[in-house]
Design a protein around this ligand. Structure first.
Ligand code: NAD
Length: 256
């Protein structure tokens, strides 16, 4: 896609990777709709960026909620062509705990619901809206960037729910790209390693440094801007499709 003079939706756009992507897209001139549960942060970011950036409080697992957010994006003065999906939650619990107790089934379901079903919900509704637009000069109507995790491949002890949910996002990428080829919509997924987001900021400095030292190169946590840069590169690169890209400094996570 050559022009960022389009409408975009960013899920989880009020924090971390989504916030960085919202900022990067808005800086390029896109009209971004932020979809997030965090009303205060989302409203503040939209107000700060001004112009064509809007916030719609959205639960990605809820059909009507996402439809309302997509309607905000399609109501702007340019076609909806970009959807970047960063909404997600983490959950850590072993399949069977030290005391013999089984993994909480509700927590497993909730993690899959937000990370996998939520991603599919936005993907299908955003793609349907993109299908109604006129294609650009390359026949392209849009691009969807999902977020998995290297846990989809190297899930650690206690990451079974999270890894399963992200494995689903990885598995969905190629069939989604194949399904949406007929309407000229590309689909790629980014599988980040360790990124310094609000989630990580709560960690003691020593633990952060220990995590960083295990990364082959560069020996630092990724920054949200690294993710945003890759998301925008995928948007611009019209031949990338159906692919999952690890962004991890060559990190392969150990069992624990
Ligand atoms: N930070 C990392 O190291 C890392 C690594 C690999 C993958 N990821 C993935 O990247 C994505 C973004 O993570 P982050 O670190 O920026 O986290 P974050 O917590 O800073 O941001 C996630 C955002 O998603 C929103 N959200 C959660 N559930 C939602 C729902 N049902 N509907 C709408 N919004 C919802 C939250 O309100 C939050 O603003 C997640 O999918 C996460 O699993 C993060």
């Amino acid at each position: 896609m050559k022009s960022f003079d389009v409408a975009a939706v960013v899920t989880g756009g009020a924090s971390g990777l989504g916030e960085a992507t919202t900022r990067a897209l808005a800086a390029k001139g896109a009209a971004v709709t932020i979809l997030d549960l965090q009303e205060d942060r989302g409203q503040a970011l939209a107000a700060e960026l001004g112009g064509h950036t809007t916030f719609v409080r959205t639960d990605v697992t809820d059909e009507a909620s996402v439809q309302a957010a997509i309607a905000d994006a399609t109501g702007k003065d340019r076609p909806l062509r970009i959807a970047v999906q960063c909404a997600g939650i983490a959950w850590a619990q072993r399949t069977v705990g030290r005391g013999g107790e089984p993994h909480d089934l509700g927590a497993f379901s909730r993690t899959v619901m937000v990370n996998l079903v939520g991603t599919f919900n936005v993907l299908r509704l955003a793609a349907a809206a993109m299908s109604a637009t006129e294609p650009d000069e390359d026949g392209e109507r849009g691009v969807i960037v999902n977020t998995a995790s290297i846990a989809a491949y190297d899930g650690q002890i206690g990451q079974i729910a999270y890894a399963a949910s992200k494995g689903g996002v990885v598995g969905m990428t190629l069939p989604a790209a194949r399904d949406l080829a007929t309407i000229g919509v590309r689909v790629c997924t980014i599988a980040p390693g360790l990124v310094d987001t609000p989630m990580m900021a709560g960690m003691p400095e020593e633990q952060r440094q220990q995590l960083a030292s295990g990364i082959p190169f560069p020996k630092r946590l990724a920054q949200p801007s690294d993710y945003a840069q890759l998301a925008l590169a995928i948007v611009e690169h019209g031949y990338l499709n159906g692919e999952v890209i690890r962004m991890d400094g060559a990190l392969r996570m150990a069992p624990r």
